[in-house]
Write a protein that binds this ligand. Structure first.
Ligand code: PLP
Length: 379
């Protein structure tokens, strides 16, 4: 019996019941080429050597799971996702650990959210253990691509799209599930800088009963014009308000928002409650847990622009930060609105924002003990 690496790897991984992960010979760039990219990866510009692909067909279920060379997809021009956006995604990261291993952060939470997104878009969910197996297989295959520089990570992008060539409007009968990976540099390469935000008063992101609480591609397509308005107004990011009154803060671009009321150990952290129009961020959830452990009061409730503005003026609201996988925590410095601009704090990153940021980064990069079981060892 031959005992090649490739044989043992082919047989050892299972995508889902009865569907093995076939591991192909991946075309790999040279170590020199990889090092050059990893020296300054930026975000979402470069992709690793491998990708994970699995297919689904109604009646057959998931089949043909493989780890293969990163390459363009061939698609029929009538591919359903290209027309009606039946398409969802996730975003998570792999972190090089001090002991040389690689770990992902709360991947089961991403798997669960991916399932919820799939159900909302009338897609067959990828079984959660299959999602995890796919992510693990890709990270393991491309572990050399996990950067080891300070605050560098390997960003992972699982996604699912309707691949059936068909223009009728109904849930497709064929799907692709893919995972690709992109090395990511430190989000703030020159120190953490607060962003300025623009309140979107013309456009909305989500309404009750819509898709605001899931990660579907269409949410982002519909957000781009408001983001352009924000840039035109000299701001970095757009802040979304509730659809009816345009009075309550929902989130910022692709990140959740938190407001710090008061200061020191008595500070309270307020974040918009999950009303069904906000995306339940895993970073948000993690930071709220850390904040509670640190002894801060954490409140999930509606938070109005008026309370934000008044609080910033009278000193009640001492800090505002946005949070998400890509940047962990981004402080918000200035706010631009038709009803008047205002500044939060003194325009520099607040101490509680920075404390929470460091605490989460320390866990993710393995610099402190992971007492909550948030890290998932991959390779
Ligand atoms: C992904 C996303 C977030 C942040 O979620 P994390 O799990 O923390 O990365 C927040 N808002 C929107 C709209 C998103 O798509």
């Amino acid at each position: 019996m031959t005992d090649t690496l490739s044989d043992s790897r082919t047989s050892s991984r299972v995508f889902t019941e009865g569907v093995p992960v076939v591991v192909e010979d991946v075309r790999r760039r040279s170590a020199a080429e990889r090092q050059e990219i990893l020296a300054d990866p930026g975000f979402g510009r470069y992709f690793t050597d491998s990708m994970f692909v699995a297919r689904y067909r109604t009646g057959e279920g998931w089949y043909d799971a493989r780890l293969t060379s990163y390459a363009p997809l061939q698609m029929d021009p009538s591919t359903a996702a290209l027309h009606y956006a039946q398409s969802i995604f996730e975003g998570l990261k792999a972190y090089a650990q001090p002991d040389g291993t690689v770990a992902t952060f709360r991947p089961t939470a991403n798997a669960a959210r991916f399932t919820r997104s799939a159900r909302r878009l009338a897609m067959p969910p990828v079984p959660e253990e299959a999602f995890l197996a796919a992510v693990d297989a890709l990270v393991d295959s491309d572990r050399e691509w996990v950067p080891t520089g300070s605050d560098q990570t390997l960003y992972l992008r699982p996604y699912q799209l309707a691949s059936e060539p068909f223009l009728g409007v109904r849930p497709a009968n064929e799907y692709l599930f893919l995972v690709i990976a992109s090395p990511a540099g430190a989000y703030f390469s020159r120190g953490v800088q607060p962003v300025s935000v623009f309140l979107s008063e013309d456009y909305i992101r989500a309404a009750p009963g819509g898709t605001g609480d899931v990660k579907c591609a269409g949410n982002y397509a519909a957000s781009l014009l408001a983001q352009e308005q924000a840039i035109a107004a000299g701001c970095d990011q757009v802040v979304w308000l509730d659809a009816f009154e345009k009075r309550y803060v929902e989130e910022m671009g692709g990140m959740n928002l938190c407001f710090v009321l008061g200061s020191g150990d008595d500070a309270e952290i307020v974040t918009p409650e999950l009303t069904g129009t906000l995306l339940p961020g895993i970073t948000r959830d993690s930071l709220l847990a850390l904040a509670r452990d640190m002894g801060y009061t954490v409140t999930e409730r509606r938070f109005s622009v008026e309370e934000w503005r008044q609080g910033a003026a009278d000193g009640t609201v001492t800090e505002t930060f946005a949070c998400g996988t890509a940047a962990v925590i981004t402080p918000v410095g200035g706010v631009k609105a038709r009803t008047g601009d205002f500044v939060v704090g003194d325009g520099t990153p607040g101490p509680i924002s920075m404390r929470l940021r460091e605490a989460l980064l320390d866990i993710q990069h393995g610099r402190v003990a992971d007492t909550r079981g948030w890290l998932h060892q991959v390779a």
